[in-house]
Design a protein around this ligand. Sequence first.
Ligand SMILES: [Zn+2]
Length: 168
Amino acid sequence: MRCPSTTGEDYGGLADYAAGRLSRRLVSVFDAHVSECGTCRVFVESQKKLWNVLDEWDADPVSFGFDRMLYARIDQVKERSPLRRLAVFTSGWVSNPAIPLVATLALLIAGFLAYRPARGVPEEAPKSVVVPVVDPFEVDQLNRVMEDLQLLHQLDEVKDEAAASSAM
Ligand SMILES: [Zn+2]
C-alpha cells in the first residue's frame, strides 16, 4: 500500500481501517503497513480512541419543556413585523454563496445591456440633465432595513458563539 504520510494522499483508507469498515483482504494489507509505519500507527490509534469515545458518549435527554419552548420561539418569529420577516427570508438567501454571485452577474449583464450604445443611431446631445431626487422617507426606510439586517447578523454571531462554546 502507498503510505499517505509520504504520498500526501488523504487518510480516508486508514480511517476506514481504524473503524473496521474494510474487507479481510484489505485489513491484512493495512495490518502489514501499520506494523512497520509509525506515522500511520499513531493515526490509527488516535482514530480508534476517537471511536471508543464516541461509542461511550451518550447525548443528554431532551429537556421536559423542549417542545413548549420551541413552539414559543416559533410563535415569536411569526409575530415579528413583515419587514423583519422579509429580512429573515432574504438573509437565508444571502447566506447561500451562489445567490449573491448570480445576482451580481445579472446586474452586470443588465447594466451592460442598458448602457450599450445603440448602433446606427446618431447620438444626440442630452436635452436636459436629470437630477435624481431621493425621498427622505425612502432613506429612513432603508436605514431601518439596514439596522434590522445588522441586528440579525449580530444575532447570528451570538448564536454561533453560543453553539461553539457549548460544543467545547
Ligand atoms: Zn504509513
